[in-house]
Design a protein around this ligand. Structure first.
Ligand code: A2P
Length: 343
């Protein structure tokens, strides 16, 4: 079996840490692992498969002996280093938003559009965390009964913003409980015991960039430019696990039973749907797991062809690190990834 030289860019970050866990847990065939971050972290030590490995500063020379580079160090770092890594011969799976809507870069969720991996030119983009769980849940239904319109409202965990935001929620929760004033640094307002309808910057059309990512990325991944989509993305004081209410209008009516039957057999999905025992997906229980959880499937009372559902997934795993590693695994399975250093 081939083994691959892997690099993680942003290895000290929340998604970077999850990359390490996912690679270990899935026994990814690694010949070597290079842990890269900024100069601030150079010399720091992390464990991979019980071996202590020193973090190195990311430089243009870092990628010379790398087969696959998993990036999660922000869009700016990706914009600079991903093309250099690809030029050096590595295949980049980039978790940032830098290249997602670039026409020449495939944007991939393996349960939906694995064939798109094939036309990459060195960089493959990993979608936005919310988009990933939307398309995993909707694509199996769309194949049977084409979707015309989606309205989605998200409830997104602070870990999606990175480690500074996790720290901010922890500190603020303590401050509020102790009767002190919580001072925001990462978010524009207090996040503890509060919710913020603002994720990423506001655009001229009144939507936020996060909401617009959902619109554009969903269409690109599902190859469905004509689906009408509207999103409201909300930050909630949850550490891990993004939740969302999705209202779907199909071409034809679809019963909740039929949707349940389809989703029960769909890849990457776990149904948790029994209101009689209060069984439905929750971020608390989705954290640390790999599936996209779906529940509360019901008719949309406002439209004859409509369904409503509640969808939850771990934003750091399926929403980021796991999806990226699955892309690499898919390439290996289809023999589209070749180690340059031999077997
Ligand atoms: P570092 O820890 O050295 O700052 P998070 O999303 O959890 O905040 O993590 C961001 C990740 O991106 C960290 O691993 C961080 O490294 C890394 N990073 C930030 N800026 C750069 C950069 N210029 N080059 C390489 N890695 C970077």
């Amino acid at each position: 079996m081939n083994k691959y030289r892997v690099a993680i860019v942003g290895a000290t970050g929340l998604v970077g840490q999850e990359f390490i866990k996912v690679l270990e847990q899935r026994n990814f065939p690694m010949a070597s692992i290079l842990l890269l971050a900024s100069d601030r972290s150079a010399g720091k030590k992390l464990f991979v498969n019980h071996r202590e490995i020193e973090v190195e500063e990311t430089t243009p020379e870092s990628f010379k002996k790398v087969d696959i580079a998993l990036f999660s160090a922000g869009a700016e770092t990706s914009r600079y280093f991903s093309p250099i890594a690809a030029q050096s011969g590595a295949v980049v799976v980039d978790n940032s938003s830098a290249f997602r809507m670039t026409p020449a870069v495939p944007l991939v969720v393996p349960e939906v559009n694995p064939e798109d991996i094939k036309w990459h030119k060195g960089i493959i983009a990993n979608p936005n965390c919310s988009t990933i769980q939307i398309v995993v849940a909707l694509y199996p239904l769309h194949k049977v009964n084409p979707i015309k319109r989606i309205i989605v409202d998200t409830y997104q965990a602070v870990s999606g913003t990175g480690s500074a935001a996790v720290e901010e929620l922890t500190v603020q929760a303590k401050q509020v409980l102790e009767g002190q004033t919580a001072i925001p640094h990462v978010y524009p307002h207090q996040i503890a015991f509060n919710i913020l309808p603002e994720i990423d910057v506001f655009l001229d059309n009144g939507y936020t960039k996060e909401e617009w990512k959902v619109v554009e990325e969903t269409r690109k991944i599902m190859h469905a430019d004509d689906i009408a989509i509207s999103a409201t993305c909300v930050r909630v004081p949850v550490f891990t696990g993004h939740s969302m209410a999705i209202h779907i209008e199909f071409s034809q009516p679809m019963s909740p039973d039929e949707a349940q039957r389809i989703l029960a057999q769909a890849p990457g999905i776990k149904l948790l749907d029994d209101p009689t025992i209060s069984l439905y997906p929750q971020p608390w229980s989705a954290a640390g797991t790999d599936e996209v959880f779906v529940g509360r499937i019901r008719r949309d009372a406002s439209h004859p062809n409509g369904l409503v559902m509640w969808v939850v997934a771990d934003n750091l795993r399926k929403g980021a690190a796991l999806n990226a590693v699955q892309i690499a695994e898919e390439m290996i399975k289809r023999e589209w990834l070749h180690p340059r250093g031999g077997k």
